[in-house]
Design a protein around this ligand. Structure first.
Ligand SMILES: Cc1ncc(COP(=O)(O)O)c(C=O)c1O
Length: 375
C-alpha cells in the first residue's frame, strides 16, 4: 500500500522549531516585539507602508471592512467561489454580502462585468479573492472600483508572494488580508496580516485588533504606558509571538516555497498536457502565481466524483474549492450563479506542496487518467 498523499503540507524544519522555542524562553507570548518585526518585514515584502498582524485572515477581513466604516444597510460585492470567511466577515459588520459570478471555468475569479452590473446605491466596497494564488482580473476590478469611487479589498489568503502586471498581491487593494492557517503557503498555525498604504486605516486597524485600546499590554510591560483609553469598537484579534516568530522564518523561505509550488504546478501541466477534457485554470499565468492550490475542472460532475472516489481509494487526498457560498443556508435566498455552480460541481483540488516529487505528481496524473473510461 502506497503512503497517503496529503493535499497540503507545511515547509517546516528546525528553524521553525528553534524560533518557537526562543519565544517560549523569552516568556512573552502575546503580540510584542516579534510581531512588530514580522509586520515590518511583511510590509517591505508586499511594498506597502503598513502591515498589521491579527489572529486570522477572518479577523483581518472583519476589521478591514469595519475600518472602511461598512455597516448595516451597506453591501459589499464578493465572490461566491471562496471560503465562507470572505462573506462572513462582511456579515459581521451588519452589511450584506452580494455574490457575483466568476469570469469563466478557466478564470474562476470575480467577473468584472458581473460586478459592474451589480454596483448600486448601497454598494460600499468590492472584495476580490486571488483564487488558488492567481490574481486573475485584479487590474480590471481595481479600475472598476476607481471608476465608482469604491474601495477594493483583496482577500489575499491564497496569495502571499503573488504578483501580476498591476503589482504585488496586497498592494493593489485599499486594504488587503492574508491568512497563515496551517494549509496555507506561509504557515503560522493561525494568524493573518492586513496590508495598506493608508495611514489612517492602519491606525484604526491597530486599535481594532486590541479592543480599541490606546496602549497594549506590551507597552505597559515595558513601562511605556500606565493606563489606556478605549477609542474604537475593537476586538481581541491579537496575534501571538509564537505565530509571529514562525511567520518571520516562513517569510524568509517564501521565495523557495513559491518556486517549489510553481515547479509542481508545471509538472502537473506537463503531465496533463494531452488531456484537453481537463481544464487547469489560468494556463500561461503561473509565473506570478503563489500556486496555493491546484484546481482541475473535470468534463462533468460525474467524472469529478469518480476522480475523487478513485483518488481516495489510492490514498490520494482531494478536496473541492469551493462549495458556492451563496448556496449555504445562512445566506438564502440568493439568485443563481450558473458558472460558479457548474465550476463547483466539476472541480477537484489535487495535492500541491513544495516537497512533492515528480513521482507524487505522476501518481496523481495516473488517478486522473482513469477518468477517460467515463468521460
Ligand atoms: C479565501 C480565504 N479567505 C479567508 C480565509 C480565512 O482565513 P483564516 O483561516 O486565517 O481565518 C481563508 C482560509 O481558509 C481563505 O481560503
Amino acid at each position: 500500500m502506497s503512503r497517503m498523499l496529503p493535499l497540503a503540507a507545511p515547509s517546516f524544519d528546525e528553524a521553525e522549531v528553534e524560533a518557537v522555542a526562543e519565544v517560549v524562553r523569552s516568556a512573552w507570548l502575546t503580540m510584542g516585539p516579534r510581531t512588530a518585526t514580522f509586520e515590518e518585514a511583511f510590509a517591505e515584502r508586499v511594498g506597502t507602508r503598513h502591515a498589521v498582524m491579527v489572529s486570522s485572515c477572518t479577523a483581518a477581513l472583519h476589521v478591514a471592512f469595519a475600518a472602511l466604516d461598512i455597516g448595516p444597510g451597506d453591501e459589499v460585492i464578493v465572490p461566491s467561489l471562496t471560503f465562507v470567511a470572505t462573506a462572513n466577515a462582511v456579515a459581521y459588520t451588519g452589511a450584506t454580502p452580494r455574490f457575483a459570478d466568476i469570469a469563466s471555468l478557466d478564470r474562476p475569479v470575480l467577473d468584472p462585468d458581473a460586478v459592474a452590473a451589480m454596483i448600486g446605491p448601497r454598494t460600499r466596497a468590492i472584495c476580490a479573492m486571488h483564487y488558488g494564488g492567481w490574481m486573475g482580473e485584479i487590474a480590471a476590478l481595481r479600475a472598476l472600483a476607481d471608476r465608482h469611487g469604491l474601495p477594493l479589498v483583496e482577500d489575499a489568503a491564497h496569495a502571499p508572494g503573488a504578483f501580476c502586471a498591476a503589482g504585488r498581491a496586497g498592494s493593489i487593494g485599499d486594504v488587503s488580508c492574508f491568512s497563515f492557517f496551517s494549509n496555507k503557503n506561509l504557515v503560522t498555525g493561525e494568524g493573518g496580516m492586513i496590508t495598506t498604504d493608508d495611514d489612517g486605516l492602519a491606525r484604526r486597524l491597530r486599535l481594532m485588533r486590541a479592543h480599541g485600546m490606546t496602549a497594549t499590554s506590551w507597552d505597559r510591560q515595558r513601562g511605556h504606558a500606565s493606563g489606556y483609553d478605549v477609542v474604537e469598537r475593537g476586538y481581541n484579534y491579537r496575534p501571538s509571538e509564537l505565530e509571529a516568530a514562525l511567520g518571520l522564518v516562513q517569510l524568509g523561505k517564501l521565495d523557495d516555497i513559491t518556486a517549489g509550488r510553481r515547479r509542481v504546478v508545471a509538472s502537473y501541466r506537463a503531465g496533463l498536457a494531452g488531456r484537453p477534457e481537463l481544464v487547469i485554470p489560468f494556463a500561461g499565468e503561473d509565473e506570478g502565481s503563489a500556486c496555493h492550490i491546484l484546481p482541475i475542472v473535470a468534463s462533468s460532475p460525474e467524472a469529478r466524483d469518480e476522480i475523487r472516489r478513485r483518488a481516495a481509494a489510492d490514498d490520494v487526498q482531494t478536496s473541492v474549492h469551493y462549495s458556492p457560498v451563496h448556496l449555504f443556508t445562512i445566506f438564502a435566498p440568493q439568485d443563481p450563479l450558473p458558472l460558479t455552480e457548474e465550476y463547483s460541481l466539476r472541480e477537484v483540488t489535487v495535492p500541491l506542496f513544495p516537497a512533492m516529487t515528480d513521482d507524487d505528481v505522476e501518481r496523481v496524473v495516473r488517478v486522473l487518467e482513469l477518468q477517460e473510461a467515463i468521460a
